[in-house]
Design a protein around this ligand. Sequence first.
Ligand code: DGL
Length: 255
Amino acid sequence: MIGVLDSGVGGFSVLREIRALLPDQDITYIGDNAWCPYGNKSYRKIRERTFALSDFLIEQGAEIIVIACNSATIVAIEALRALYPLPFIGMEPGVKPAAALTQTGTIGVLATEASLRGDKFHHLVARHARDIRVITQPCPKFVELVEQGVLSGPKVDAAIDEYTAEMLAADADVLILGCTHYPFLRPALEARLPAHIRFVDTGDAIARRVAQHILTPAENPHIQILTTGVPDEVSSLAQKLTPEIQAHCAPLFLP
Ligand code: DGL
């Protein structure tokens, strides 16, 4: 089984890529909705939650765990890899592909506050974007809107204008969607921003990294969605965000 976790429903943007590439696998997805958002939490809390969810997935028989959350990856992935024997695949803002794509030499990074203050993020920028101007912007309203299933309309447009004004004024031509919730707002971003702006989202690259591992195929592959929040709400969000995935959502009680 492939274990996938996120603070909420953002990881569905990664789950759909994994599902498309590996249809013969069982997948258990955990949305930690009771603790969402992670982006404004302390590193200690994010690490504690990520470990608790990973422990659960390992008990359930996960062969590999995908941390489908940039914030949890930046904060916890090294500790997870040091402690557990199974492979962990994490997300990180796509600074390298964005630096390769930009024509103006300026890129914008949309991510959570937790991701943007992490050493791991600063190392990424130092390694791949040394000669590039990098403008960062936390976007907490994007997470709230996606968790409410609001993917377009005046509230979304107002948040887009607020979060992208500075980077557009600085002539950024590539914007990194550095949080797994944000790809669900990509159609709204594309409609609202000038046509030459390119977007970088690493969900498909993560799925390809999972596919490099040898995993036991399931006889009757299915997807299980668990949430520490309200299952009915997450079920209807799942239908809206990823209608291609048929999955039942059940409650997960973790201390
Ligand atoms: N989806 C998450 C990420 O990729 C976290 C969003 C949040 O909970 O603040 O960073």
